[in-house]
Design a protein around this ligand. Structure first.
Ligand SMILES: *[C@@H]1O[C@H](CO)[C@@H](O)[C@H](O)[C@H]1NC(C)=O
Ligand SMILES: *[C@@H]1O[C@H](CO)[C@@H](O)[C@H](O)[C@H]1NC(C)=O
Ligand SMILES: *[C@@H]1O[C@H](CO)[C@@H](O)[C@H](O)[C@H]1NC(C)=O
Ligand SMILES: *[C@@H]1O[C@H](CO)[C@@H](O)[C@H](O)[C@H]1NC(C)=O
Ligand SMILES: *[C@@H]1O[C@H](CO)[C@@H](O)[C@H](O)[C@H]1NC(C)=O
Ligand SMILES: *[C@@H]1O[C@H](CO)[C@@H](O)[C@H](O)[C@H]1NC(C)=O
Ligand SMILES: *[C@@H]1O[C@H](CO)[C@@H](O)[C@H](O)[C@H]1NC(C)=O
Ligand SMILES: *[C@@H]1O[C@H](CO)[C@@H](O)[C@H](O)[C@H]1NC(C)=O
Ligand SMILES: *[C@@H]1O[C@H](CO)[C@@H](O)[C@H](O)[C@H]1NC(C)=O
Length: 402
């Protein structure tokens, strides 16, 4: 009995390996039914594209085949409710599904690797059934689905991930994700979307729009920009982040009242904080020493505390409703001391604080408004286009702003 139990799976494995070693040549096959898909069921690898015909309806099973070297595509397959596959483990091209209006099941029992995912307009799809977990993918784009989560996407690294306009998406937790090499972007998903990347260490560009929570406790390095827009959280904390390569931005987040970046020493681009009505104190950056771009703060804050800041290579624009004039005293002094290399504009008691988008956006910064700057007579600094800069400071400012 024990012997039979041992030998049976071995034989089964051997025969399945023999039967499935075939590589079937493409360049493509179009399937409208599970019966059509049986043409490639005996192929271990289908070397080409698999196209789901727009006439396909009901359930489509693509069984047997293990690898597709090209794309798996379905466009405007409006009568299809389910796509299942027992053995596909990798898709070498793009897994593209667009306009599958009633698709509610996506069940791939063996899928672990997809070069690119492009799922757009899947308004009936609520969850993914990827039993093995998708662990490898270079690019993921998911838009206009009914997904509640992206469980089943279990990447350790990804090039780019853009998840937008999925109104029912409330949880994203990619536990093993350690590395994002190009960009991660979330926008206009569920209002209560809480995002957790507990092990993310290295990221390139990060953009979070309309999210309610972002947790990245291990984040150590952001090679590109990191931006938060129209979010609803009160606190953001990046305990291990030491540097960004690009701009750091917090914009239009009405509940935001507390920022905590205890390890951050350098911002490689601009530093933009704007329109966060409850942010009364700009602090929480005890080690921030260098801002390579411009500093641009607009809002209602009463306090600015940047105790280690010694080098702002761009200019600064600071505008607040607060009447605390000490804020501008500090910025004017920082400019006089050469900490701020570019043009400094600082206005307190301003009814409508404005940012200087050209400064943090990389355009020309030398457009500080003469009328607003005139309100500040504490420093004697001349604002505006004609402010002369000399030496290395001028050169760096010129390089940054043009
Ligand atoms: C799918 O349908 C939309 C709208 O009906 C149309 O604009 C689009 O071209 C179609 N796409 C394909 C690949 O047929
Ligand atoms: C992330 O990827 C980059 C580039 O491939 C690599 O240099 C870096 O060490 C990786 N980081 C982690 C935490 O794996
Ligand atoms: C960030 O995104 C921009 C394009 O928006 C890209 O040019 C840049 O290479 C990305 N940064 C990194 C570090 O990949
Ligand atoms: C997301 O935020 C933008 C502004 O950044 C806003 O225009 C848009 O309405 C918001 N969308 C959702 C779905 O909350
Ligand atoms: C933060 O960095 C320290 C030192 O590199 C490391 O020991 C710690 O595990 C990191 N924390 C997290 C949550 O990754
Ligand atoms: C701000 O956030 C940090 C880190 O989460 C926390 O330690 C601190 O107590 C918070 N401060 C306030 C005033 O909430
Ligand atoms: C801040 O809000 C004002 C008024 O609503 C708007 O004009 C400005 O564009 C906003 N700035 C940013 C950076 O979102
Ligand atoms: C501003 O900073 C001072 C000194 O650090 C502190 O006493 C005061 O409470 C702060 N005000 C706000 C609104 O945080
Ligand atoms: C005014 O601003 C300065 C500089 O940010 C700060 O030290 C001081 O505490 C602020 N005063 C009040 C009353 O918040």
């Amino acid at each position: 009995m024990a012997f039979t139990k041992f030998i049976l799976p071995t034989l089964a494995l051997a025969s399945s390996v023999l039967a499935a070693t075939d590589i079937c040549d493409g360049p493509s096959i179009t399937i409208a039914s599970s019966a059509d898909a049986e043409q490639i069921a005996g192929c271990k690898t289908y070397d080409g594209d698999v196209i789901i015909d727009s006439s396909a309806s009901g359930q489509l099973s693509i069984n047997g085949v293990q690898q597709i070297t090209g794309d798996l595509t379905g466009n405007n397959v409006t009568q299809l409710t389910a796509i299942t596959s027992d053995q596909i483990n990798s898709i070498g091209g793009t897994f593209s599904l667009t306009g599958l209006t009633i698709l509610s099941t996506l069940q791939f029992n063996s899928l672990t690797a997809v070069n690119k995912i492009n799922w757009v307009g899947l308004p009936a799809l609520q969850s993914l059934n990827f039993d093995q977990g998708l662990s490898k993918s270079n690019q993921i784009y998911i838009s206009n689905t009914q997904l509640n989560n992206i469980n089943g996407i279990e990447l350790t690294a990804v090039g780019s991930m853009d998840i937008n306009n999925n109104p029912y998406l409330t949880t994203v937790n990619v536990n093993d994700l350690a590395n994002v090499t190009t960009a991660l972007s979330f926008s206009a998903n569920g209002r209560d979307l809480a995002i957790s990347f507990p092990n993310l260490q290295d990221a390139a560009n990060l953009t979070f729009r309309n999210v309610s929570k972002v947790d990245m406790p291990s984040l150590a390095n952001v090679a590109g920009s990191m931006g938060f827009y129209s979010d609803s959280f009160q606190t953001f904390s990046a305990p291990n982040l030491t540097a960004t390569g690009g701009t750091l931005a917090f914009v239009d987040s009405p509940e935001l009242s507390n920022l905590s970046f205890p390890s951050l020493t350098q911002i490689g681009g601009g530093f933009l904080i704007a329109n966060n009505t409850r942010l009364k104190a700009i602090k929480g950056f005890p080690k921030l020493k260098t801002i390579v771009g411009a500093l641009d703060f607009a809002g209602t804050f009463d306090n600015v505390t940047l105790p280690s800041l010694t080098d702002v290579r761009g200019g600064s624009n600071v505008q607040t409703k607060s009447t605390n004039t000490s804020i501008c005293d500090e910025f004017d002094q920082a400019h006089d001391n050469g900490v701020i290399k570019g043009v400094n504009t600082c206005v307190t008691g301003k009814a409508n604080p404005e940012t200087n988008p050209s400064a943090t956006g990389g355009g020309s910064s030398a457009t500080a408004s003469a009328t607003s700057s005139a309100k500040n007579d504490a420093s004697g600094i001349t604002f505006g286009v004609s402010t002369p800069l000399t030496g290395l400071g001028a050169l760096i400012a010129a390089m940054l702003f043009i």
